[in-house]
Each structure stands twice: as structure tokens, then as C-alpha cells.
Design a binder for this molecule. Sequence first.
Ligand code: ATP
Ligand code: MG
Length: 435
Amino acid sequence: MCFHRSKVNSEICCSINTEIINTGTELMLGFVTNTNHRWLCRHLADLGFTVGRQVAVPDTAASIAAAVREALGRAELIICTGGLGPTSDDLTRECIAELLGKRLHEDPQVLADVQQFFKVRGRTAPDRTRVQAMVPHGAIVLKNRNGTAPGLALETPPGLGGPSAGPGLLIMLPGPPRELEPMFLNEVVPLLRSRFPPQSPCICRTLKSTGIGESVVEERIASRLRGLVAEGLEIGYCARVGEVDVRLVARGSRAETLVPEAERIVREELADQIFGSDSDELHEVIVRALAARGQSVAVAESCTGGFIANRLTNVPGASAVFAGGFVTYSNASKQSCLGVKEETLALHGAVSAPTAREMAEGAMARLNTTYALAATGIAGPAGGSPEKPVGTVFIALAGGGPTAVLHRVNQCDRETFKFVTSQQALELLRRRLRA
Ligand code: ATP
Ligand code: MG
């Protein structure tokens, strides 16, 4: 899910002109969300490369060639994604080789890797996959540990990256995120570090907050950071549903003092609202905290339909802390699975504080955990009433103290409703764990 609104106060001044080209007709037709773009921008920014331009193009030779030719006229670092596979619409490798006047040859090592990939899976490599072993002359091969098509990196001639530019680098990465992401981290990052060594130190720290809006975050920290900004600190805010990131960046000899000092101020001002840093996710923070204490959690979910359990079980090692959960959508299942009392449902309704409380307490007792979270609400669009409008939700936390119940009104589409509610539930638990 991508709920991004981002505002960067000042440009990160990387001297390397960087551009991304995402190829794929599926992107243009709206069948696939361009997550590679977002993911690469984030990771490049952390390495000190700010993407100056990005374009998505369909899988046609003419579109790919035009986009790459244009980018070569401006950028010293070009990252091109998609179209390295074995099918007839995978044209990136051939297109770029032709554009740069590089002949392709079959690389025996890559061919062996492709064949091995199939062999370990008990399959014979289809003939078409042989094309993935074709490597442009002079290219660096980037190993693909999660698929067959290797990535490729090619030097681009001096001058092509703009009038004052030296030689640049054009990197081709496979389209599937599960292949692209580890390849970028394992193969591309070391290559970028050696090919474009930082001119001066660059420190970047992202502090992640929840339960507070973007403008309030800015209001609380901006004035105290003003002095550091005057000395070169850059602040960026990135608001997503339920979370606001504060990004602190500094370059040069003062970077090592500016960023920690800014972090100290932000932590002081936002205090409890900061749940983590850099790539931390709220559910990961919770699993880590529970694991460190040897404690466990269960969930009882109605309106979130298992979304809280899904988030917790996305974390490797969740089995050490997550006992299990109940998706109790009907009144009957709330009674039979969790022991919610008939009188409670009759008197207060399924969407009520007493029901949420009994759900959480029921899950905790049945699964014998340290804590249990419960959520019951009206996701909408129908089912609201004047007393309980669409978006009404009750979230309960049992264990580690008296059962707490939150009442919120999350008025948004169903998918966002589930995310926001899960965020509020996890945050409720995080605060109890901190207390
Ligand atoms: P393959 O060997 O799987 O064909 P490829 O390098 O040729 O890999 P593509 O054919 O362009 O890559 O894309 C394969 C799949 O990867 C797409 O169907 C899509 O699911 C995913 N994908 C491609 N580009 C992106 C993108 N920019 N963001 C997210 N997913 C993408
Ligand atoms: Mg393909």
C-alpha cells in the first residue's frame, strides 16, 4: 500500500545526476503499481543520490530507446528496471546494448547460473531462458539470487551525461521487486560506493512517528531546529497514513554533529510519538520488543479481518511472540470463539467498548498470552448510524494492566480503515510496552 505525501524542505545536494527508467506496459495499463520507483528512490536517497527525474515507459523498443537516449543526455547514473526476462516483450538488454553500440555475447558463467537455477528446482531450463545469458560487451554482471535474469551495469561514455559530466553508469535491473531489491542491496550498493565515492560525508537519519499529524510534527520541531538548518541541516517530512517520517540530512565536516544534535531535539520534542528510525516498521518494533521481554500477544479481530495478525506475522521470528488470533466477524463467532457475552452484544452492540474488551480478554485467556489486541468497528460504506457513524472503531488491549479501550472514528476506504485501525492497535500495545 502506498499512501505517500512527501515534502522535502531542501534539496539533498548530490552532484551525481540520477535518473530512473521503469519499463513495463503493465505499469502503463495500471495493472502493476510502480513500487520499484518508490523503493529505489528511498534507497538511493539514503545513499546520497537524489533522483532528479523518473519516467515509466511501455515495453516497446522505440519507447525504451527514446527514454534511455534522453536520460543519457542528462544523467551520470541511470537505473533502468524491467524487461530483462526471457519473453518476447523483454527488450531492455538488446535495446540498450544497441544504443551504446555494444555487441552481446553469451556469458558461460551466466548461462551456467541460469541452468543451475532450474536444475535445483528439478526443471530443465526452457530454450528461451538462454537469452538471459547474453551480456553486452564490457558489462558488469549483477548476480540474481532470486531469479534467472542477471542485472547488468555498463559504463556510459564521457560527455553523454551532460556537458560537464564525466563517464557515467547505466544499470539494468530485473522488474520483479523480489529480484530487484536484494540485487540492489547486494550488488548495486557496493558498485555505487566504489564508482561514485562520496565527495564529503553525508549522514541521513529518519525518525518515524505515529499518532500525530504532519503539521503538528513540524510545528513542534521546526523552530528548535532553525539554528541547525542555518548551519546546513536539511529536514524532510514524509506523511503516510498513520505515520510521519522526519528525515534529517547533513553533509560535509559538520554532518556528524548536526544530525545527532537534530535527532536529540526531535526525540525530545516528539518523545513517545517516535516509534523507530530509518526502515523500522511499527509491527517490527513490537515483535522485537515482545521478543526481548519473552512476552506474547494474541489478536481478536472483527473489522480488520486479520490485518493485525498479518502485519505481525510479516516479521521474521514472529512465531516467538505471536500465539495466534481469531477473525470473529459475526456475533455468533465472537461468542463461540472468544466468549463475548450475549448480554453484552444485546445491550451495547458488536461495535462497542464492552465487546472490544471481552474480545481482547477472551483471546488472551484462550491463547494464554501476555497481551491481546482486539478491534471491532464499522468499516463502511454502509452500516453506520447517528450514534455510531461509519468509521467507528473500538480497539482493546488486555494484559499488562487494566484492559484499555480506545474509541476512534476512522473515516476512509475499507483498506485504509484496516491499516489505520491496525496502526492504532499496535501503537496502543507499543505504549504499554514502553510504560
Ligand atoms: P521477468 O523475468 O519476470 O520477465 P523482467 O526483468 O523481464 O522479469 P518485467 O517483465 O518487466 O521484468 O516485469 C516482471 C514483473 O515484475 C511484472 O509483471 C510486475 O509484476 C513486476 N514489475 C515490473 N516492473 C515493476 C515496477 N516498476 N514496480 C513493481 N513491480 C514491477
Ligand atoms: Mg519480463
